[in-house]
Design a protein around this ligand. Structure first.
Ligand SMILES: N[C@@H](CCC(=O)N[C@@H](CS)C(=O)NCC(=O)O)C(=O)O
Length: 224
């Protein structure tokens, strides 16, 4: 009997949800999506808080276990489904795993903080009629530029962040980078660095990511 598909809770438009979706697609893992309406606060309801106590998306369910935190979910998916889809997405030995993990951490700790501020200030604040903070924008642009200098150097030495294969290290960067390039005018931060530009071309061209972008365009299915 085929295993029940795993369940992802949250809208594909969320960066953290789309990280998990890209990983599931890379690993050929069938999934069902419960596309919450965040604006209506569906992710703050008591039943959902039982599986995601911070009231954020995504949450993830596989058989009887539930998980939250997109990067932890992605690591789990890679390990559980190691023998299908893109093999070695999270390495095949402790050294490879650590080398991939250091870049997943760099994404979460060094790349994500400044890019999240820029996305909020440049893309969301105007839509929400919130005044932009020019100092904050400047400060975080400088921080992101420094991070991207490190990436550019690394990507001048290897094809991808953790070596010559596409891994979770690269995949983890897809959601926020996609938003920065498509929803703000700061694409030059990436495109002016030739190795980063090449890398972005490679990783954003993955079939998995193209499918996620398509999912982001479709209207969410109606829920009863
Ligand atoms: N570190 C978490 C971040 C989760 C997160 O910030 N999710 C956002 C959407 S991308 C969210 O739920 N926002 C709504 C809220 O916090 O109420 C992860 O990677 O899963």
């Amino acid at each position: 009997m085929a295993a029940a598909p795993v369940t992802v809770y949250g809208p594909p438009l969320s960066a953290a949800v789309s990280r998990v979706l890209a990983c599931l697609l890379e690993k050929d893992v069938p999934f069902q999506l419960v596309p919450f309406n965040i604006i209506k606060g569906e992710h703050k309801k008591p039943d959902y808080l039982k599986i995601q106590p911070f009231g954020q998306v995504p949450a993830f369910q596989d058989e009887s276990i539930t998980l939250f935190e997109s990067r932890a979910i992605a690591r789990y998916v890679c390990d559980k489904y190691a023998n299908q889809g893109t093999k070695g997405l999270f390495g095949t030995n402790p050294l490879e795993k650590a080398s991939i993990d250091q870049w997943v951490e760099a994404e979460g700790q060094s790349f994500n903080p400044p890019i999240s501020v820029l996305l909020f200030q440049l893309a969301f604040a105007p839509r929400m009629k919130i005044k932009q903070d020019e100092n904050l924008i400047q400060e975080n642009e400088t921080k992101l530029a420094k991070v991207l200098d490190v990436y550019d150097k690394t990507l001048g030495e290897s094809k991808y962040l953790a070596g010559d294969d596409f891994t979770l290290a690269d995949l983890s960067h897809l959601p926020s980078t996609h938003y920065l390039l498509n929803s703000t005018d700061r694409g030059e931060l990436f495109m002016s660095r030739k190795n980063v530009e090449r890398w972005w071309g490679e990783i954003s061209g993955r079939e998995s990511w193209k499918k996620v972008v398509e999912m982001q365009k479709s209207p969410p299915p109606r829920r009863a």
